[in-house]
Ligand binder design. Structure first.
Ligand code: SAH
Ligand code: SF4
Ligand code: F3S
Length: 436
C-alpha cells in the first residue's frame, strides 16, 4: 500500500546512529506506512537522531530543532531520538515544548507506538533490543550495516556512551548471520559489523547462552557465499589478541583496514582514561598487525587535552602517531560530559587555548605524513568496488584497504570490482583510469 505520509530524519553522530536511523525508517515504513523524504518542509514527521559524545553536537540539536519548528509543514510532528534523548530525556521537551516525543538510543523498537503519544519519553537504558528483528540497514546498494551488540561495558572515564546506550549485550550469532545473508541476497557484497566494542563480542547474551567470540563470529560470517568484504568498527586495542589478529590476517574476506582507537599515546593518561592498555601494548598490537597484513591501513581516534595531560604526555601521543603512521586520524579535543568519572579531574582541566594548540599540532603532523605517502600510489594499479556514479560522470569506490578512488566511468561499472590505474593523489583520495 502506498502512502503520502512522509518522514524526514536527520542523523548526527556515529555509524551506530546511522544504522539506528535506518531501523527507525524501516519500522515506520513497515508499521505506520511512512516513506522517507530528503526535504524537511514536506515531512509529516521530523526526527532528529542525536549524539552526545561531545558538547558541540548537543548544542547543534537545539539550534536544528528550532529551525525545524519554524520551517516545518503545519501539523508536522517533531521527535528527538538517540544518545542526547537518552541523557536529557524530558528536559528536551521542557526546553523545546514543540517537541512531540523523545526516544532514547536503546528504545528504537518503541518508535512505532511513541509517535502517536504526544509528550511521551522512552529513554530506559535497560531496554533489551538485542533480540528484536529490525529491517535491513543499507548504506548503498552494495553495502549493508549489521549491529552485533548493543551498549558498552567499558566505562572509559571521558565517555558518555555507557550512560546513553547502557550495558553491553551481544546479538545472537545466528541472528547476525541471517541479517547478513538477507543483505547479500538483496545485492550487498560488503558488510559492516557494528558495536561500540566489537571484539568483546559474545560475553553476554540476553538468553544466557554460552559465550561466543568475535573471531568465531567473523568465521561464521565469512562462510556466506557471495559476500566479498567484511568490515567492522570499533575494535578495542585491549582485546586485539593474537587469535583475532591471525584471523584478520588470513581471512581473505576481511577488509585490510582496521580502526584502532588510540585515544592517547601516554600510558599515564591511558590509565586515567581507564583504557586498560599501555603505549607499549598499543605499539605491539599495531606492529603485529602491520607485520602480518601487507598494505594494511590503520585509522584511529585521538583525544587531546584530557585533564592532566602534560606536554610530555602529548609528545607520547605524537610519538605513537609517528611510529604507527596512521592512515586516517579522527582528532578530538576533550569535552567534559555529564556524569562521567573524568569530571572528578576538573581541577586538572587543560586551558582551551592549549587544547587547540595540541589539536592543531596533531592535525599538522598527520597532514605532513599524508602528503609524503599518498603520492606513492601514483602509477600503481588498485582494485576497487564501484559504489556510485556522480553527476559529473565519475564513479567512486573503495579499495580493499579502504582508500577512496575516483575515475571516469558509467553505471555499467556499479557493483563491480574493477582495476584502476592511479594517476593522481590528494591527501585523502586517489584518482585514476579504469582498466578494461
Ligand atoms: N566505542 C568507540 C568510540 C565511540 S565514541 C571506541 O571506543 O572506539 C567515538 C570517539 O569519540 C571516541 O573514540 C573518542 O575518541 C571520542 N570521544 C568520546 N568521548 C569524548 C569526550 N568526552 N571528549 C572528546 N572526545 C570524545
Ligand atoms: Fe566509550 Fe570507551 Fe565504550 Fe568506546 S569503549 S563507547 S570510548 S566507553
Ligand atoms: Fe554514537 Fe554519539 Fe551515541 S558517537 S553512541 S551517537 S553519543
Amino acid at each position: 500500500m502506498s502512502s503520502d505520509k512522509k518522514l524526514f530524519i536527520q542523523t548526527l553522530g556515529c555509524q551506530m546512529n546511522d544504522t539506528d536511523s535506518q531501523h527507525i525508517a524501516a519500522e515506520l515504513e513497515k508499521h505506520k506506512d511512512y516513506t522517507q523524504t530528503d526535504t524537511m518542509e514536506d515531512a509529516d514527521l521530523i526526527i532528529i537522531n542525536t549524539c552526545s559524545v561531545r558538547e558541540k553536537p548537543v548544542q547543534k540539536l537545539f539550534s536544528e530543532i528550532g529551525q525545524f519548528n519554524k520551517k516545518k509543514k503545519d501539523g508536522a510532528k517533531i521527535g528527538v531520538c538517540g544518545c542526547t534523548a537518552s541523557h536529557l530525556g524530558k528536559d528536551i521537551i521542557k526546553r523545546a515544548p514543540y517537541v512531540d516525543f523523545v526516544v532514547g538510543a536503546r528504545n528504537i523498537s518503541k518508535i512505532k507506538d511513541v509517535i502517536d503519544v504526544k509528550g511521551s519519553v522512552e529513554i530506559s537504558i535497560d531496554n533489551d533490543e538485542s533480540m528484536y528483528e529490525f529491517g535491513p540497514a543499507k548504506t548503498n546498494k552494495y553495502r549493508a550495516s549489521v549491529n552485533i551488540s548493543v551498549g558498552c561495558d567499558k566505562k572509559c572515564t571521558y565517555c558518555i556512551v555507557p550512560n546513553t546506550r547502557g550495558e553491553e549485550i551481544s546479538i545472537p550469532p545466528e541472528m547476525i548471520v541471517t541479517q547478513v545473508q538477507k543483505a547479500v541476497d538483496e545485492g550487498a557484497v560488503e558488510i559492516m559489523l557494528l558495536g561500540q566494542n566489537v571484539n568483546s563480542y559474545g560475553r553476554r547474551f540476553s538468553d544466557k547462552r554460552p559465550k561466543h567470540s568475535f573471531t568465531k563470529l567473523l568465521q561464521d560470517i565469512s562462510k556466506i557465499e557471495n559476500l566479498k568484504r567484511i568490515r567492522f568498527t570499533s575494535p578495542h586495542p585491549l582485546h586485539m589478541d593474537d587469535e583475532f589478529i591471525e584471523e584478520f590476517a588470513k581471512n581473505e574476506k576481511i577488509s585490510r583496514c582496521i580502526h584502532m582507537p588510540l585515544q592517547s599515546g601516554s600510558t599515564e593518561i591511558l590509565r586515567a582514561m581507564k583504557r586498560g592498555y599501555t603505549k607499549e601494548w598499543f605499539l605491539n598490537r599495531a606492529n603485529k598487525m602491520r607485520e602480518l597484513v601487507p598494505d594494511l591501513r590503520i585509522t584511529t581516534d585521538i583525544i587531546v587535552a584530557f585533564p592532566g595531560e602534560t606536554e610530555e604526555d602529548y609528545q607520547d601521543t605524537l610519538d605513537v602517531v609517528r611510529q604507527v603512521k596512521f592512515d586516517q586520524v579522527f582528532n578530538f579535543k576533550y569535552s567534559p560530559r555529564p556524569e562521567t568519572p573524568a569530571l572528578d579531574l576538573k581541577d586538572k582541566e587543560i586551558p582551551d587555548a592549549i587544547g587547540s594548540e595540541r589539536l592543531t599540532g596533531l592535525i599538522e603532523l598527520h597532514k605532513r605524513h599524508l602528503e609524503a605517502t599518498m603520492p606513492s600510489h601514483v602509477g600503481t594499479t588498485v582494485n576497487i568496488l564501484v559504489e556510485s556514479l556522480k553527476p559529473n560522470g565519475e564513479v567512486t569506490g573503495y579499495t580493499d584497504n579502504y582508500l577512496q578512488v575516483f575515475a571516469k566511468g558509467s553505471d555499467e561499472l556499479l557493483g563491480k570490482f574493477v582495476d584502476v590505474k592511479i594517476v593522481s593523489a590528494t591527501r585523502t583520495a586517489l584518482k585514476g583510469e579504469v582498466l578494461i
